[in-house]
Write a protein that binds this ligand. Structure first.
Ligand code: NDP
Length: 327
C-alpha cells in the first residue's frame, strides 16, 4: 500500500457510538457493482483504491450480487489475492435478513437463518470471522429476542466481533437494545437509510441511537446516485437507473425531483464542490452519524466523494438553502 501512514491521517475516523471502534467517515458498500455479472477487474480496482485512500470499512450482505452471494465471493477473492496481510486494518461487515434461499429457513430473522447464513458468508469470503454482523431488517414474524440471541451467539462463537441492526424503527431498536444490554452483547451500530430525500430518521431514531450510545452508519447517502450530477439532464446508459439489475427505478426521476437536484447542484457549485460531496457533507453534519456508506461504479466516483473531507462544514445559511429546496 502506498503511504500507509498518511492515508490514515487524511481519513477522518469517528467513534461508533460509545464503543471503542472507530469507522472512517466514508465507508464503502458492495451492494451494486460487485456481483458475478460485473467486471471483476473494475470491482478489484475500486476495493484497492478505496483501501489505499483510508476507507477501512467494507460493507456486504449475504444477498449482494447478482447472483446473490457473489459480492461476498468477489470480495473474498480480492481480499486474499491482493490484500493478504491487511485483514487487521479492515472492518468487514455482512448481514442476513432478506430472502437468500428457498424454504422457511432462508429469509427473515430466525436463529436458524441468521446463524446458517453467517456460516455461508464466512465460507464465501473465506474468513474466520466478520467484524460486524447485522440483522438486515426487522422481521415481524420472529420475536426480536430470538434474532438478538442469534446475534449474541455469533459473537460468543467468535464469528463476529460486534453486531448491529439495520432498518429497525425506534421502538424496535429500543427493544433490541434492552435485550442486548442484558446479554452484554456488543451491539454497537445501526445501519439505516438517510439522505436529503429521505429524512425519516430525524423524526425519532437519531435521538434513540444517541440515548443508547449506538453508532449510525447511513446507507444510500447519495440516494443511489440521484444526489449527484449524473441525472441532471438525462439517464446515462451506464447508470444504476438504466441498468437491468439496479434498484433505482427510472420513475424516481420525476420533473420535480430533477428541479430539486438542479437547485442542490447550484448550492454545491457555490461551495466549489460536487453535489455528491455536498450530499455526503450533509449526512455527516449529524453528530450521531458515524459514517456515510457510499456505493460507486468507478474509482473516479470514490475519488470525487472522498474530496468532501476537504470541505465538509455547512453554514446555517447553506443548511437553510438546502431545506428550502427540499420543502
Ligand atoms: P449511494 O447513495 O452512495 O449510491 C451509490 C451510487 O451512486 C453509485 O453506484 C453510483 O451509481 C452513484 N455515484 C456514487 N458516487 C458518485 C459520484 N461521485 N458521481 C456520480 N455518481 C455517483 O449508495 P448505495 O445506494 O449504493 O448504498 C451504499 C451501500 O449501503 C450499499 O453498497 C450497501 O452496502 C448499503 N446498503 C444497505 C442497505 C440495508 O438495507 N442495510 C440497503 C441499501 C444499501 P452508478 O452505478 O449509476 O454510477
Amino acid at each position: 500500500m502506498n503511504n500507509p501512514t498518511s492515508k490514515y491521517e487524511k481519513m477522518n475516523f469517528r467513534f461508533c457510538g460509545t464503543s471503542g471502534l472507530q469507522l472512517p467517515a466514508i465507508s464503502f458498500g458492495l451492494w451494486h457493482n460487485f456481483g458475478s455479472v460485473d467486471l471483476y477487474e473494475n470491482s478489484r480496482k475500486m476495493i484497492l483504491y478505496a483501501f489505499e485512500r483510508g476507507i477501512t470499512h467494507f460493507d456486504l450482505a449475504n444477498n449482494y450480487g447478482p447472483e446473490p452471494g457473489s459480492a461476498e465471493e468477489t470480495f473474498g477473492r480480492i481480499l486474499h489475492k491482493d490484500l493478504a496481510g491487511y485483514r487487521d486494518q479492515m472492518i468487514i461487515s455482512t448481514k442476513a435478513g432478506y430472502y437468500m434461499w428457498p424454504g422457511p429457513y432462508g429469509d427473515g430473522g430466525s436463529r436458524k437463518y441468521l446463524l446458517a447464513s453467517l456460516d455461508q458468508s464466512l465460507q464465501r469470503m473465506n474468513l474466520d470471522y466478520v467484524d460486524i454482523y447485522y440483522h438486515h431488517r426487522p422481521d415481524p414474524d420472529t420475536p426480536i429476542e430470538e434474532s438478538m440471541l442469534a446475534l449474541d451467539h455469533a459473537v460468543r462463537q467468535g464469528k463476529a466481533l460486534y453486531v448491529g441492526i439495520s432498518s429497525y424503527n425506534s421502538e424496535q431498536t429500543r427493544e433490541a437494545m434492552r435485550i442486548m444490554r442484558e446479554l452484554r452483547t456488543p451491539c454497537i451500530i445501526h445501519q439505516v437509510k438517510y439522505n436529503m430525500f429521505d429524512r425519516d430518521i430525524e423524526r425519532d431514531l437519531l435521538d434513540t441511537l444517541k440515548e443508547f450510545g449506538l453508532g449510525c452508519i447511513v446507507f444510500s447517502p447519495l440516494a443511489q446516485g440521484l444526489l449527484t450530477d449524473k441525472y441532471l439532464n438525462d439517464i446515462p446508459a451506464d447508470s444504476r437507473a438504466a441498468k437491468p439489475n439496479g434498484f433505482l427505478s427510472k420513475d424516481a426521476i420525476t420533473d420535480q425531483r430533477r428541479a430539486q437536484i438542479k437547485k442542490l447542484n447550484e448550492i454545491a457549485q457555490s461551495r466549489n464542490q460536487s453535489l455528491a460531496q455536498l450530499a455526503v457533507a450533509w449526512v455527516l453534519r449529524q453528530e450521531t452519524v458515524t459514517s456515510a456508506l457510499i456505493g460507486a461504479s468507478s474509482i473516479e466516483q470514490i475519488d470525487d466523494n472522498l474530496k468532501v473531507l476537504e470541505n465538509s462544514e455547512l453554514s446555517t445559511e447553506e443548511l437553510k438553502q438546502i431545506n428550502d429546496v427540499l420543502q
